[in-house]
Design a protein around this ligand. Structure first.
Ligand SMILES: NC(=O)c1ccc[n+]([C@@H]2O[C@H](COP(=O)([O-])OP(=O)(O)OC[C@H]3O[C@@H](n4cnc5c(N)ncnc54)[C@H](OP(=O)(O)O)[C@@H]3O)[C@@H](O)[C@H]2O)c1
Length: 276
């Protein structure tokens, strides 16, 4: 089934457009599983893929994009600098390696995957150079807390375009979102389905029933209602389609408040709070 490209976007602080919705491919196996997932997503209208060197599937993402026949410049590709590659000497090489694996001349967004203490500022300076050299159309960070953002804002030439963090109603990081908005940093929600662990939550199930939608669609729409970029992962064709069908309904202000109150500091991924 083919549907129109999902074109709702946000504008990043450097003026470039980023689709508000995309496919995440963490834990998507390299080879057929990843190629099929990306092809299925592109076929139903996704135009944004989130990968990382550490996911081990950049090559497959690149292959699927080429196989789709969709022009490269119509697809927003994000990849990330892994921890072991951080620092002055290794960062540029890692980015060049990612470009080679993906088979592209540039990515749309390059992120520091995690705020590694003592290395992250040197890494950021290399990202700034890579941005000037047009190897990435935008640069940003991931797993940065408010403190890490303030440090970066003080010491950097370029304000990060994006902060990609775990974000869903059960980990509703309101203060971090406010800090990002205030500083024109786009928040991007990873693990928006709480890594699949909250689709059976009774309150989400009851909200889904009310809107005639699925739990996953409610969780994804909750981010979109707040202008937050969101990148659910699935390897199943029917779920890839289901997760994209979130642009034909709205969650009322009242129900947004109910969902936002579900916060219980529930993390499914790493916690950067105590990183120096
Ligand atoms: N920057 C970072 O440090 C970081 C960390 C984590 C994630 N991410 C990014 O964010 C993306 C999404 O996060 P995530 O992969 O952790 O988790 P997620 O998207 O919250 O959830 C994925 C899980 O939910 C299942 N699922 C997908 N659609 C579903 C549906 N409609 N109904 C029920 N279950 C469904 C998937 O299983 P199936 O595949 O079997 O459908 C998978 O087990 C990642 O792929 C990655 O790109 C970034």
């Amino acid at each position: 089934m083919t549907q129109k490209a999902l074109t709702q976007s946000v504008t990043l602080n450097n003026g470039i457009s980023m689709p508000i919705f995309g496919l995440g491919v963490w834990k998507t196996k390299s080879g057929k599983e990843c190629i099929d997932a990306v092809l299925a997503a592109l076929e139903v209208g996704y135009r944004h893929i989130d990968t990382a060197k550490i996911y081990g599937n950049e090559e497959d993402v690149g292959k699927a994009i080429r196989e789709s026949g969709i022009p490269r410049n119509e697809i927003f590709i994000t990849t990330k600098l892994w921890n072991a590659d951080q620092g002055k000497d290794k960062t540029r090489k890692a980015l060049e390696g990612s470009l080679k694996s993906l088979g592209v001349d540039y990515v749309d967004l390059y992120l520091i995957h995690f705020p590694v203490a003592s290395k992250r500022m040197d890494s950021w300076k290399e990202l700034e150079k890579a941005y000037h050299d047009k190897l990435s159309r935008s640069i940003g960070v991931s797993n940065y807390t408010i403190r890490h953002l303030h440090e970066l804002l003080q010491e950097s030439q370029i304000t990060p375009a994006v902060n990609q963090v775990e974000f869903h109603p059960f980990l509703n990081q309101k203060d971090l979102l406010e800090t990002c908005i205030k500083n024109k940093i786009q928040l991007e929600a990873y693990s928006p389905l709480a890594h699949g662990q909250k689709t059976d939550d009774p309150q989400i199930v009851s909200m889904a029933r009310k809107y005639g939608k699925t739990s996953a669609q409610i969780l994804i729409r909750w981010s979109i209602e707040q202008n937050i970029v969101v990148i659910p992962k699935s390897v199943k064709k029917e779920r890839i389609l289901e997760n994209s069908q979130v642009f034909d309904f709205k969650i009322s202000d009242e129900d947004m408040k109910v969902l936002s109150a579900l916060d219980e500091n529930f993390r499914t991924c790493w916690d950067p709070t105590d990183v120096d």
